[in-house]
Design a protein around this ligand. Structure first.
Ligand code: ADP
Ligand code: MG
Length: 233
């Protein structure tokens, strides 16, 4: 017979956030951004987070990434509450369990494509063979660009490097904040289709914030941020 502990471990979602509250104080005025938000992500899900600019998508992602803390609420990732975790532990989780993709690609300009990827791997303490890097670069159409510097690449190519970096990290949870916001429409669609395909192949979990409605077709589920809470779309 399976005991209660085994059963709950097997069924627990990858991420569960309860009652998240976040208020900013700017120029003496309090602005409530998240007001008791709940979110559950199952392992292997690809979820799009929509909502107009200024609604709080980045605020939510920053909390889930452990880059900022909620005023109230819990964020359980693999059995650990990020809202209560020590700063050193959050730093470790960001290197090992949480992958981030931003609108600006955050590549180190003085390092080549390969060196950027190797830097990330050494930070998250993953041993990776050159062959794995080469395979991934080929899968996103960047063969031949490995020795180039970020500024020698187009925006779409730089974002593909940033995506490879996140995939190499093999994080339990990938958070992407308007990753195509800086790309033209054609490039945005191509890069995101590639990204989602690679995440699916690896059975990764992705929460993708965007106001680009065309990306919803790629997702298992769409959520909308409205008045500080989420609703299914
Ligand atoms: P979105 O990503 O959906 O565009 P954000 O999460 O960036 O929205 O912002 C939500 C609201 O919170 C905005 O009104 C923004 O001005 C405000 N905000 C975000 N970060 C801060 C901050 N550090 N200090 C004060 N206000 C902030
Ligand atoms: Mg934002």
């Amino acid at each position: 017979m399976m005991n209660a502990t085994t059963a709950s471990t097997q069924q627990r979602p990858l991420l569960q956030a309860h009652g998240l509250v976040k208020t900013y104080l700017a120029h003496g005025v309090q602005q409530s951004v998240l007001s008791g938000l709940d979110l559950t992500l199952e392992a292997g899900e690809i979820v799009v987070l929509q909502g107009p600019s200024g609604e709080g998508k980045s605020t939510l992602l920053n909390l889930l990434a452990g880059l900022d803390r909620p005023d109230a609420g819990e964020i359980w990732l693999k059995g650990e509450d990020l809202a209560q975790a020590a700063e050193a532990r959050l730093c470790q989780l960001r290197r090992q369990s949480i992958g981030l993709v931003f609108q600006f690609f955050n590549l180190v300009p003085t390092l080549t494509v390969t060196e950027n990827l190797q830097l990330t791997l050494s930070l998250c303490q993953r041993v990776t063979h050159q062959a794995e890097i080469a395979t991934l670069l080929a899968q996103v159409g960047l063969t031949g660009k490995a020795a180039m510097f970020p500024q020698q690449l187009s925006g779409g190519e730089q974002q593909r490097v940033a995506i490879v970096r996140t995939l190499l990290q093999q994080p339990a949870l990938i958070l992407a904040d308007e990753p195509t916001g800086n790309l033209d429409r054609n490039n945005a669609e191509r890069v995101m289709a590639l990204f989602v395909e690679q995440v699916r192949q690896r059975q990764g979990t992705l929460l993708l914030a965007t106001h680009d409605v065309s990306l919803t077709a790629l997702a298992d589920r769409c959520l909308r941020l409205e008045n500080g809470r989420l609703r299914d779309d």
